[in-house]
Design a protein around this ligand. Structure first.
Ligand code: GLU
Length: 332
């Protein structure tokens, strides 16, 4: 898994979000390839999936004149909605947490009603995400155990945050009833909800630095709290799609010391019926221009091919991705 990066480059995020507006398709001149739209499911606009999705699409769209393929990043509720969108064909690519990926493959958890998604295919792994717990400084929360009886936003339906938060609650022997309230709040409203006192804290499964955490910790006195202890260690050890995550100290205002928590991998997935040519285009666009990708968002600075082609992937690789990785000697 890639190393945590400690560089805050909010300006880069702003720039990428600003470029989200997509130009209309120009009419195809004779001899040009048929226009084809590839949707890439992401998350909320203040998260990291969204700017990363825009970064990946930007690399794909550099070849649009020759290929006709336009990749477009779509705002969504997160991993569970993304996995469902892949399955029903509304998304061709999507960012999905490694734990949610495993559940979609198995047809368990959030996907129990639908059964296994046998068509789900891995494209690549990108960067680690940490279950990030942010509390108002005056909330009296020093450790995760102090959250009992508080008002805490645990992630919206359709998000991977909620899936990971539920796994942590189960490991601690807690339920939603352990809290005074667990309102569902979209990520972009979390800083306001925290600073207005609507909630005492929130969790977000996200790569760091993330805009929403930067906003929350600069809008009022707030800090990050570790999610650690024997029950969490046992949870991390129980599944290969969980990792121990450390958010470096000094990344956010109010949090000088490193924060220990549970993490997952942010992975990019597709479906078996997405054409080889489309998947090959995305894979070659990313790997032929990896240095550019590394510069497009702080969470991508440490991406390395060997980890990207294996870490956190439960679904089989799409054949077009597998072929490319074998040709480049990254799979053995
Ligand atoms: N991991 C989060 C989820 O699946 C999304 C994080 C993000 O948008 O960066 O819900």
């Amino acid at each position: 898994m890639a190393k945590w990066q400690s560089v805050v480059r909010g300006a880069v995020l702003g720039l990428l979000v600003g470029s989200a507006a997509l130009a209309q398709d120009a009419p195809a001149a004779s001899g040009e390839p048929e226009p084809q739209l590839a949707w890439l499911g992401t998350g909320g606009v203040t998260g990291v999936y969204f700017p990363v999705g825009i970064a990946v699409c930007r690399l794909v769209n550099q070849h649009r004149r020759e290929t006709g393929v336009r990749c477009a990043a779509k705002q969504t509720a997160g991993s569970v909605e993304n996995a469902s969108g892949l399955r029903d064909g509304t998304l061709q690519f999507a960012m999905v947490q490694s734990d949610v990926q495993a559940a979609a493959v198995a047809g368990s958890g959030a996907f129990a009603g639908k059964g296994p998604d046998t068509g789900l295919r891995a494209v690549m792994s990108l960067y680690p995400e940490a279950l990030t717990l942010v509390v108002r400084t005056d909330a009296g929360v020093r450790g995760v155990e102090d959250l009992a009886g508080k008002r805490v936003a645990l992630g919206q339906a359709g998000s991977g945050t909620r899936v990971l938060a539920d796994a942590v609650l189960a490991a601690l022997g807690w339920s939603a009833a352990s809290f005074a309230a667990t309102p569902e709040i979209p990520p972009e409203n979390l800083p306001r909800a925290l600073c207005s006192g609507e909630v005492d804290g929130f969790v977000y499964a996200v790569g760091n630095p993330a805009r929403v955490i930067q906003e929350a910790t600069t809008s009022c006195d707030a800090r990050l709290v570790s999610i650690a202890g024997p029950a969490i260690d046992a949870l991390i050890a129980s599944k290969r799609y969980f990792v121990a995550a450390t958010i470096p100290g000094g990344l956010y205002r109010g949090t000088a010391a490193p924060i220990e928590t549970i993490g997952v991998g942010a992975t990019l997935l597709t479906e078996a019926d997405v054409p080889d040519a489309t998947v090959a285009l995305l894979v070659s666009s990313v790997f032929d221009d990896l240095d550019t990708l590394r510069g497009l968002d702080p969470v991508l600075t440490g991406v390395e091919p060997e980890a990207m082609t294996t870490e956190g992937l439960t679904a089989p690789l799409h054949p077009a991705a597998e072929r490319y990785y074998r040709e480049h000697g990254w799979l053995h």
